[in-house]
Design a protein around this ligand. Sequence first.
Ligand code: 26W
Length: 849
Amino acid sequence: MSINHRTHNMRPLRVSNPTTELFAQPPLGMEVADLTADIRRYFGNFYGRDKYCRSSHYPYHSLVLTLRDRLMERARKTRFAYEEAGVKHAYYLSLEFLMGRTLGNALLNLGLDTVAAEALGQLGLALEELIDNEHDAGLGNGGLGRLAACFLDSCATLQLPVMGYGIRYEYGMFRQRIENSRQVEDPDHWLRDGSSWELERPEHTRRIQYQGRTEFFRDAQGKQRVRWIDSKDVLAVPYDTPIPGYRNGTVNVLRLWSAAATDEFDLGEFNAGSYPESVAAKNAAENITMVLYPNDASENGKELRLRQQYFLASASLQDVLERWELHHGIDFSRFAEQNCFQLNDTHPSCAVPEMMRLLIDEYNLEWDAAWQITTHTMAYTNHTLLPEALERWSVHLFGHLLPRLLEIIYEINAHFLTEVARRWPGDTERLARMSLIEEGPVPHVRMAYLAIVGSFSVNGVAALHSELLVQGLFRDFYELWPSKFNNKTNGVTQRRWVAGSNPLLRQLLDTTLGNAWLTRLDELRRLAPHADDAGFRDQWQTVKYRNKERLAKLVLRDCGVVFDPNALFDVQVKRIHEYKRQLLNVLHVIHLYSRLKTGDPALTKDWTSRCVLIGGKAAPGYFIAKRIITLICKVAEVINSDPTIGNRLKLAFLPNYRVSAMEIIAPGTDLSEQISTAGKEASGTGNMKFMMNGAITIGTLDGANIEIREELIKLTGNDDNFFLFGLTADEVEATRGAYDPNALIAADADLSRVMKLLESGHFNAFEPGLFEPIINAIRSPHDPWLVAADFRSFVDAQERAATAYRDRAGWTRMSILNTAASGKFSTDRTMQEYNAEIWKLSSVASTST
Ligand code: 26W
């Protein structure tokens, strides 16, 4: 039984005898001469350019195609190796893959970095320039999307059969400009010049259904079945991007789906005599993958977003099921042993009912068999505790767009609630609480509950977060199925976040420790003894200083602010959100400013010069977050233009924070701001990038900060290497209802002075009332983020940091120890845990390196 999909603009390979002869070829050379020959051929013959070509565009694409050839060769070998070994696969389903740039990472992982630099040199080109001109693939909002990208790097490095499935957005995360101290969003048409890394695979096009209705029918065997008819269909065309492991011959695949109209879609309209309308309809179909939604924490309930989610889930499942059918026929008895889907938050959770639909309606399985397979292949990762970020879809919208899926969800719910009732007879409140349908005037489907019920594993992304999930949000489900719940603390890949972004540190680590840390980050532990070696500290400090110069250059170029590399570089970069408390950071900066302005020498005698950098995007509809950006910009203007302040304090807002900016920022940072209200940041991953690069954290006991601090304590036996402050998650909860920020402000002279400055209009001379909403938020007893509550302890921690920085040897020691203790935060460790406890895949060595 094969799924009835039509393939469109497909160019099938119809060779009478498609033997291996067709693709048998000797491996491509990896020497300088091999690269120059290929680059020349692409430049001159494929692109047809010559000595008159002045643009770096063609040399860049010629280099990329030269590398892609080598990646494709390895991707094929890797696929065949997996196939021959007959191993289980995992599929990472994610609406976001925040890949950033690819060139530098591909060269590093292929082991071609020096060879390529030399080859280009011979051709009169500078590799660094080509790397710097590459556009970021910004197909993600923030942490969740970048995590997916780091996961892929680690899976390929660990030689795990893992494939990424996502959406090929035409427009990625918006580009942020600051105009008149306000965020302005520009579209990011990253595909305008095409991406040479990807390969279109039209032969694997899938058909996706929307709308229409369902009907019962009897099949040839007289069995009652359901079909989904009169639907408006859209095609999903896959594009594959190769994901190389670190120098191991393995190349996995990230498959991104792009929407295309079907042929009959417009034909129908055309026959009805409305050609322009038919072309418009075609456009509407292709709109599905046009743009990434830029909300990182609050769901907005837009129909197009649900279309995207189903598009990804359906195309990816069809892809996997059809490949299964090709190799195993329609016997699905071993499917769950061989396949696993990891859902990156609830965004792809349509996969649960879609899997049921495909197995039952398309492959004719019985409900129980289909449910058995579904619940043994799906695993769900939660990335947030914020209630406003939990996805719910109105039943009405859901039923209109995906009628067959809604029926299936109702049936899943009926089976599920029967199980709940058996376990807790008569507990009707619990039934209502746990139902997949939230009742009310506008009933909703609860996507997180759907994901939990449909999965065999549910995990949070840091120890505290996983604990809070089972105590709070998912408590009822934990009582029902305690063994489903587990923790997988996040990580980041050291290949991109140390080796690629911090070449000077890479060099120092290599000469000190050898290069095993590139695949076993725990090796960094061996740095610890060197922290007591003055000569080594000098080398470490020199590396940091050079990286601060590089960062200062970026700040000057993009903010027009001069940062002196001798000052303490204090950095907070992440999405702008109230719970992340950029506001607390600004209040501290205002506090420092007001101290300097008193002119009282007692207050400023041992001053530590400080450069504060803040960067991040606000969701376009998030009013208060945008106003916080304006506050940062306005405070920066006042401070930076005040000659009495001079170099003692600088503040800059970095526009358009993105992956490639972080590659410059993390290595040049001294102090990493991780200051969320405890219990709100699921994990954080920027905190890990900073730590690996030798920054010291100032942070609350939140997310992975807790584990960062624990690793430092384990390594050193003390907690001297982390600037801790703030209420704990328990204390935050206990404060609710009894919070009086105005009393706190009145009782604290420093905070009073800061609020007075803010309220006096000092930072908004020509726009009275501009910061009223912010002032009100701080003074509100309902402020969920408790900014005023943590001010005192934050300022004290900042003072400890400033004092510590004045002792350069001591600070450098702390810096080294932070890098030394960061081994746990490699996604290599994270992926090994997912694999050992959830996926259970075998690693398979590829035949080439
Ligand atoms: C429905 C819109 C939407 C979109 C994205 C809601 C929520 C999200 C994500 C949960 C946002 C996100 O990126 N979360 C972050 O995930 C990281 C990786 O696990 C964590 O390190 C961060 O703490 C978490 O905020």
